[in-house]
Design a protein. Structure first.
Length: 135
């Protein structure tokens, strides 16, 4: 899977045309935005980079959740939405040692991408541009 800031997981098992249209509407309501990956942090089993500002990612997650309220972010396992870019799925000094000297990393969020893991890896199912105020 390419580097990404997770907006919503788990998501729909299948995307219908109406789901794609709803994702297009959400993306059209959000402008592309710049952010910095500033800090290496940890969940119990994940090492991640924290994006700043976090608010635009929280907004995207909230908009998706409002559209599909039956699918809570992260399966409802956490009280807070914590935007993150996963580095590793275990405690690792290697991720910290190799990434920390590069911080902060400047990036730009320009699209929502729906990905699904299959038997042969991750595949992009749908992508739609963030486009408010960028036309």
């Amino acid at each position: 899977m390419p580097p990404h800031v997770t907006t919503f997981w788990p998501f729909l098992r299948r995307l219908r045309d109406k789901d794609k249209a709803a994702l297009d509407e959400i993306a059209a309501a959000c402008s592309p935005f710049d952010f910095l990956l500033t800090t290496i942090d940890r969940f119990p089993d994940v090492t991640f980079l924290r994006p700043e500002p976090a608010e635009p990612f929280v907004r995207l997650t909230t908009l998706v959740w409002q559209r599909w309220p039956e699918h809570a972010p992260y399966g409802g396992a956490f009280a807070d939405i914590v935007p993150h870019l996963t580095l590793a799925h275990e405690p690792t000094a290697t991720a910290r040692g190799s990434i920390e000297p590069l911080l902060p990393i400047a990036a730009r969020a320009q699209e929502l991408v729906v990905m699904r893991r299959g038997p042969d890896g991750w595949h992009t199912l749908y992508r739609t541009a963030l486009s408010a105020n960028s036309r």
